[in-house]
Design a protein around this ligand. Structure first.
Ligand SMILES: [Zn+2]
Ligand SMILES: [Zn+2]
Length: 284
């Protein structure tokens, strides 16, 4: 047990309880949608989780041979959407073996402490992000341009929140650091600096799926992430182009908004070139 996590959960008033099981769903069917979210099976064994909270933030639950892998942990601090998804596919929190972070921004690490406590999963991130996740270093604020608000205006509250460091989440230790070329479970690790220096994307070759974190977003529009809170937009563009050429993804699971279901690498390439895109978004 990690003392940091226990203290953080107590401070946050969190409780560790698995949510009620939900009805099992068919492939690509959205379950418990509410407004803008729930659990959606993108393809066999790969689920997108999240609702409108945190800027339509998304996490991804992977069914692997030796257990479950979670990529990012959503905004809420009690992990309830993740626990509900685990129950809905007939599994237990203890089946969660790995929690892998795309980066350390608050809306992606909300449930981390609660999920680690319940599952004893091993937590992974890039080493640049690990001290932020552990609460020992503040996230790096975007250099400029937050005031007046930039387009799209609908993102203004997130721009401000990110700039001021609001929404700080329970801290939790990262157990292992990842670098480009590493493998975790069935995922290949791709270093994708730009949004943050330690941003990572993950390639699940068996599913032709790229889990991209915030280097690409589909909410509120399909874009190379949110430029207002991306620390180096030119570097992010380079990262997206490199990865699009490297892994030829069909599915692209983004950090905010529903996943691209097919032709993902082409969409990424078009974004890098500044072309208009009309992706196949898995909204069901
Ligand atoms: Zn981010
Ligand atoms: Zn984000």
């Amino acid at each position: 047990m990690i003392p940091d996590c226990d203290a953080a959960i107590a401070a946050a008033g969190g409780q560790i309880t698995a949510a009620e099981p939900q009805a099992e769903g068919l492939a690509t069917e959205r379950i418990d949608a509410g407004r803008g979210g729930g659990r959606m099976q993108i393809t066999a064994g790969l689920h997108s989780l999240g609702n409108e909270k945190g800027g339509y933030v998304r996490a991804y639950l992977l069914e692997e041979a030796d257990g479950l892998t979670l990529v990012d942990t959503l905004d809420e601090t009690d992990g309830s959407q993740v626990f509900a998804a685990i129950a809905a596919i007939g599994r237990q929190p203890a089946d969660l073996k790995r929690i892998i972070l795309s980066h350390g921004h608050p809306s992606h690490i909300g449930g981390l402490a609660a999920l680690k406590k319940a599952s004893h999963a091993v937590v992974y991130s890039h080493d640049w992000e690990a001290d932020i996740v552990a609460g020992r270093r503040a996230m790096t604020k975007p250099p400029s341009g937050l005031f007046p608000p930039q387009k799209p205006i609908s993102l203004y509250k997130f721009q401000v929140g990110a700039a001021l460091g609001l929404g700080k989440k329970p801290s939790c230790e990262v157990d292992r650091h990842l670098k480009d070329g590493d493998h975790v479970g069935g995922l290949q690790v791709l270093h994708a600096p730009g949004h943050t220096p330690g941003s990572l994307a993950f390639w699940w070759s068996g599913k032709r799926a790229l889990l991209a974190g915030d280097i690409v977003t589909t909410w509120p529009e399909v874009a190379l992430g949110w430029p207002q809170i991306t620390l180096d937009n030119a570097q992010n563009r380079e990262s997206v182009g490199r990865i699009a050429d490297l892994v030829h993804a069909e599915i692209v699971g983004t950090g905010h908004g529903d996943p691209i279901r097919s032709g993902g690498a082409d969409v990424m390439r078009d974004l890098v070139r500044g072309k208009a895109v009309r992706p196949d978004i898995a909204t069901t």
